[in-house]
Ligand binder design. Structure first.
Ligand code: GLN
Length: 188
């Protein structure tokens, strides 16, 4: 198994550390030619969705990645990655890959709550530490979307078939639960 980590901007190194801890092969996707190699799953890191969306277009990767996801490649988007996958952004005219049937709300927790950390239940895996940094949440989700975590009545993790998103950053903790969940998705 090999995972491509989108490495245009943001917290991609932290995801790579998680994959190393799980003994999973990965490589960085930095330019168009990196997409020529075969890979089984994709991670879109946190950072700035606007910047990443723009770079995906400028580097000619946008349509190829969009098609891979639409064709069933497993993808895990954290934070900005969640925003990039969302069909709509509630408080922004832009939308990016639009492969997932969710409406994302950007910078959704306001200034004071810009960053915080909680323990909460993820899927059927028990409690995991969840670190939020100027995070979005999922404002609404289609019927085909499975809700995996809720914090303060807001959806913060969800899955639609091959697509997994979290508003929080497991890669900034030592907890491998969410990455393991994703790797299991890729393995199936
Ligand atoms: N607020 C960022 C955005 O809109 C996401 C923040 C993050 O990825 N930590 O892209």
């Amino acid at each position: 198994m090999k995972i491509g980590v989108l490495a245009l901007q943001g917290a991609f190194l932290e995801h790579e550390k998680m994959l190393e801890a799980l003994n999973v092969d990965y490589f960085e996707i930095r330019q168009l030619k990196d997409l020529n190699q075969e890979f089984d799953g994709l991670i879109i890191p946190g950072g700035e969705s606007t910047v990443q969306g723009k770079l995906l277009k400028e580097l000619g990767m946008f349509d190829i990645i969009r098609k891979k996801i639409a064709d069933g490649m497993p993808v895990y988007g954290t934070c900005a990655g969640l925003i990039l996958l969302a069909d709509k952004i509630a408080n922004d005219d832009r939308a990016h890959l639009q492969t997932m049937n969710i409406v994302a709300k950007r910078n959704a927790y306001g200034r004071q709550l810009g960053s915080f950390s909680v323990m909460a239940t993820f899927a059927d895996k028990g409690e995991v530490p969840m670190v939020f940094i100027r995070a979005p949440y999922v404002e609404s989700a289609g019927d085909n979307v499975e809700i995996l975590a809720v914090v303060e009545d807001k959806i913060v993790a969800a899955r639609q078939e091959n697509q997994l998103v979290t508003a929080f950053h497991p890669e900034l903790t030592e907890d491998l639960t969410v990455h393991k969940y994703f790797i299991d998705m890729v393995a199936k």
